[in-house]
Write a new protein. Structure first.
Length: 160
């Protein structure tokens, strides 16, 4: 019994290169401990050099380090999708004469700020109250009361 665990431990691959962020877990997968929790990035048996695992790690890194669930591509509405839909609707209103060019430009600026603050690939359903509090605080640093109120109203329109 002891010999089988020793041979399994010896069969684990070493890090493919010194800057490789993952380690070979005894379960046969590449892993990384983040916020006291292990996260797995594929089998080291099928990916001995860790290329696929490293790509997956880099894709999920920002979300995992921030304590969020990683974004699954193709599932859920992203910030980019939301902002594009809003701008398309506002473009139709502009074309119909319902809003002016200045109002449309304000919405474009607002959506650009939202994308810069939250990231274009972040899912809308992953946003939390704390995210909006930090976003409002960042807006308040560069705006006075009336301009801040106007920006908050436009952000609310985008998320409705």
């Amino acid at each position: 019994m002891a010999n089988s665990s020793i041979s399994a431990a010896q069969a684990k691959p070493k890090k493919p290169r010194p800057d490789f962020a993952l380690f070979a877990h005894a379960s046969g997968r590449w892993a990384k401990k983040i916020r006291q929790k292990l996260h797995y990035f594929g089998s080291w048996k099928t990916d001995p050099k860790g290329d696929v695992a490293n790509t997956l790690w880099l894709d999920q890194k920002d979300d995992l380090l921030a304590g969020r669930s990683p974004v699954t591509p193709g599932i859920g509405v992203t910030i980019r999708d939301l902002c594009n839909r809003v701008l398309t609707a506002k473009q139709h209103q502009l074309d119909a004469g319902d809003i002016g060019q200045r109002t449309f430009a304000d919405y474009k600026t607002t959506t650009d700020l939202i994308v810069a603050a939250f990231g274009k690939t972040r899912r809308v359903d992953d946003l939390r109250t704390e995210d909006f509090e930090m976003f409002r605080a960042a807006l308040a640093k560069t705006r006075k009361a009336v301009a801040l109120g106007n920006a908050v109203v436009r952000v609310r329109v985008v998320f409705k």
